[in-house]
Design a protein around this ligand. Structure first.
Ligand code: LLP
Length: 452
């Protein structure tokens, strides 16, 4: 077992005669054309994942899908999704500007986040954002005064923290009461009471988001139940909700997880909300999902090249494969001990023996690893692809160790390649920096002689 079997190679990636292929294109050729490290995304995979969520259920009901921009904010991907009809979930003015730059509709945007600045709130109102998901009483007050200043009415939803364990990595669990997100039910009710009294706030919805990479339906079911029970209380206050936003968080398969399908989750949400409306006599609110990973995660590969092999003669030590991608390109393994499947892009070389490697980057941190204990038949110069890197890959990248951000390539449905972000240059890396003039003064002569 070399670990090369196409175990969880996500569609439309496939192995053909030992070559990894996407839409008829050999991925190794992409790596050669654009260099490594490099992100590639399959247009077909993104559109298919979006369509499964956006298409009507068996009863002809649809949910509004607000793509969570933070998962992958490349303008071309935003454009692709805007054209497919997506709304957007944003968390900053920067993300709002991206959506606008990609031609997305502001009125289809929900604006989440625990710490929006006054400037961001003003910008969102000026742009006509569809809904601001308010996460604290202080934010509600701030938003009200910004709206009053602009002489507009702000469309709002209160983000409820339903205190549900999403059973995911603690760093990406957001719906527990010890998490910083949203308002507990009592405080949320108080927020709605205050909003009702305000001339500058217009209640359009209620929302929650309990975490990310969730791999079972149960937490979604529990959270929706709590949200709907809360919506009944709002109904008693006389509030008619235009939408119920169930957040994002649907997991994907990185290794051996079996998350529910997007269709199952969509059906569950639509059905629960419809049943609730029938039971309470309320008008059926629109169901909103803020999905990120489930739309773009499986579409992406991070391409990399093996720079050096560093096997150890000590049987107790590790064998390292040093590759040209690093933690600054793909943070998830260092940050969450996340698993990304790893594939050779070309047939393995005839003399390569499978052995267990830690695949690490060149960054000067022990935490700089991308894959551990992988059985692979590697040779220096081999091209590799880290799978399911479409979400929270490039967006979480940095320039640590003065490494340029990698290019991003969209593999079009017809097999054409679009460079949707070029590799950063050194000039761009230092563009914002400046050495004060006086520091260019004379430098002391080095007088001491080296001791040899
Ligand atoms: N809505 C809100 C308010 C969120 O905070 C998030 C993600 C989403 C929607 C989208 O969640 P998704 O459908 O993508 O799970 N960096 C981590 C994931 C952080 C998720 C943060 N919030 C990772 O690489 O796993």
């Amino acid at each position: 077992m070399t670990g090369l079997a196409p175990r969880s190679l996500p569609w439309p990636y496939e192995h053909v005669d030992g070559w990894l292929v996407c839409q008829g294109v050999r991925v190794a050729d992409i790596a050669k054309e654009f260099g490594t490290p490099c992100y590639i995304y399959s247009e077909a995979a993104i559109l298919k994942a979006y369509e499964v969520l956006a298409c009507p259920d068996a009863k002809g009901r649809t949910a509004r899908i607000c793509y969570a921009v933070k998962a992958n904010s490349n303008l071309a991907i935003l454009r692709l999704l805007a054209r497919a009809g997506a709304g957007f979930d944003i968390v900053s003015a920067g993300e709002l500007q991206r959506v606008v730059a990609a031609g997305g509709r502001a009125d289809r945007i929900v604006f989440s986040g625990v710490g929006k600045t006054v400037q961001e709130l003003r910008f969102a109102l000026e742009e006509g954002v569809g809904c601001i998901n308010v996460e604290s009483l202080a934010e509600l007050q701030q938003l009200e005064s910004v709206a009053a200043g602009l002489k507009v009415t702000a469309p709002i939803s209160i983000r409820v923290n339903p205190d549900i364990d999403a059973k995911t990595h603690p760093y990406i669990s957001t719906g527990l009461k010890e998490n910083k997100f949203g308002l507990g039910l009592d405080d949320a009710l108080e927020a709605y009471r205050r909003a009702l009294k305000s001339r500058h706030l217009r209640i359009v919805g209620v929302d929650c988001h309990i975490g990310s990479q969730i791999t079972s339906l149960q937490p979604f079911r529990d959270a929706t139940q709590r949200l709907l029970a809360f919506a009944t209380e709002l109904h008693h206050l006389g509030i008619e909700l235009a939408h119920i936003d169930l957040g994002g968080g649907l997991g994907i398969c990185y290794r051996d997880e079996h998350p529910p399908s997007a269709e199952e989750l969509k059906n569950l949400g639509l059905q629960m909300v419809a049943d609730w409306a029938a039971a309470t006599g309320c008008r059926t609110p629109e169901v909103v999902f803020e999905m990120g990973r489930a739309i773009v995660g499986a579409s992406g590969l991070l391409l990399s090249r093996v720079l050096l092999l560093k096997p150890s003669s000590d049987p107790a030590a590790k064998h390292f494969a040093i590759v040209d991608a690093a933690m600054n390109d793909l943070m998830r393994p260092s940050l969450y001990q996340a698993w990304h499947d790893l594939f050779l892009l070309q047939p393995c070389q005839a003399n390569a023996q499978a052995q267990t490697w830690d695949v690490v980057g060149p960054v000067c941190e022990t935490g700089d690893w991308l894959a551990r204990d992988r059985s692979l038949a590697l040779s220096e110069g081999d091209l590799l692809g880290f799978a399911s890197a479409g979400a929270y890959g490039s967006t979480m990248g940095s320039n640590y160790n003065s490494r340029a951000r990698p290019p991003e390539v969209l593999v079009r449905q017809n097999g054409e390649l679009s460079l949707i972000r070029r590799r950063e240059t050194f000039e761009e890396l230092i563009e914002l920096e400046k050495i004060p003039k006086d520091l260019w003064g004379p430098q002391p002569e080095v007088t001491s002689k080296p001791p040899y």
